[in-house]
Design a protein around this ligand. Structure first.
Ligand code: ADE
Ligand code: ZN
Length: 329
């Protein structure tokens, strides 16, 4: 049995990381950019480890050169997500790849993406919200520029602020100014932590950046007192098991800590992160949880409920998605 048609909510997907390799190859060809080295013989993305993944990711992004490319990207990603049963999606958007942090350029990119999201909602029945994301290895000063873009364009579509990139560069507190600025403007906060960093990185992220949600957070499982703190504070983890296994952040599905975290009372959700890079989809994530953990519709209904409660959306959207879930689940 496959969970393809089962309705799903997904809270953690990097828009550029959702670009199918054929889509990026098409753009490269149109523009005469030679990026053949980032593909393997089967046409998939090729990289050795996480640092190399980030470089290949950024090389792929060099083909995304204007609002029109991002409009097409949003449509391609949402069509694929909807085909995997996703009815509500939150995606990380990085002004660093959309004009380099220039506010007026960012507004143009965002306009194109917002139009595409509205079209996809009509055509594929999927709702999208955007979380503006600074890139850690681009440093705290660039993060401030990105936070300003977030504050200036927050609204019905842009609802959150976060940080991705090379987790082991710098400490969370280096980015506190940007997160404070975003939070004070009313943006909801999430941050990658504990994918590569240890429990100390998760603890510092919680203390210094005060996120409602954490991207990954899996290494918190190495410190049970921290796990209990996360559970007590009600911080939601955006867990991406297929990504973690593919990137060797954990050894296997069997050894993945998502069950430990959930059993100890942590609110967990499940996402794909960068699906074509990790040869996954939301269908595959669900099928693998069913196969490896024996999880079934009751477990998946709980994941959906947690994700709906933790979604960075307005009350009307939450209600609409709840009704859709009720009808489809
Ligand atoms: N950017 C895209 N995917 C990422 C990941 N898994 N971790 C950190 N930054 C990312
Ligand atoms: Zn991520």
């Amino acid at each position: 049995m496959s969970y393809r048609s089962y309705p799903k909510l997904e809270l953690h997907l990097h828009l550029e990381g959702g670009a199918p390799p054929a889509f990026i190859r098409g753009l490269a060809k149109e523009k005469g950019i030679d990026i053949h080295k980032i593909f393997d013989e089967q046409g998939g993305y090729a990289y050795r480890d996480f640092d190399h993944f980030l470089r290949v990711y950024e090389a792929a992004c060099t083909t995304l050169q204007g609002p029109e490319d991002f409009r097409r990207l949003v449509l391609a990603v949402l069509e694929e997500s909807a085909a995997n049963g996703v009815i509500y999606l939150e995606t990380f958007l990085s002004p660093d790849f959309c004009g380099g942090g220039d506010l007026e350029a960012w507004r143009d990119y965002l306009g194109a993406m917002t139009d595409a999201a509205a079209q996809a909602e009509r055509d594929f029945g999927i709702t999208l919200k955007g979380i503006i994301t600074c890139i850690r290895h681009n440093g705290p000063e660039q993060a401030k520029t990105v936070a300003r873009c977030a504050v200036e364009t927050k609204g019905d579509f842009i609802t959150g602020f976060g940080m991705a990139g090379a987790e082991l560069m710098g400490r969370p507190g280096d980015f506190a100014y940007s997160f404070d600025m975003a939070r004070e403007a009313g943006l909801r906060i999430t941050c990658h932590a504990g994918e590569w960093g240890g429990p100390d990185m998760v603890a510092d992220t919680i203390r210094d950046l005060r996120p409602e949600r954490i991207g990954h957070g899996i290494n918190a499982a190495k410190d049970l007192a921290l796990v209990d703190q996360i559970a007590e504070q009600g911080i939601v983890l955006e867990v991406c098991p297929g990504s973690n296994v593919f990137l060797n952040a954990v050894e296997s599905w069997e050894k993945h800590p998502i069950r430990l975290l959930r059993d100890r009372g942590v609110k967990v959700t499940v996402s794909t992160d960068d699906p074509p890079f990790f040869h996954t989809t939301m269908t595959r994530e669900y099928d693998m949880m069913a196969e490896n953990y024996g999880w079934d519709e009751a477990d998946f209904a709980e994941l959906n409920k947690t994700a709906l409660e933790a979604a960075f959306c307005d009350a009307a959207t939450r209600e609409r998605i709840a009704k859709k879930l009720e009808a489809a689940q």
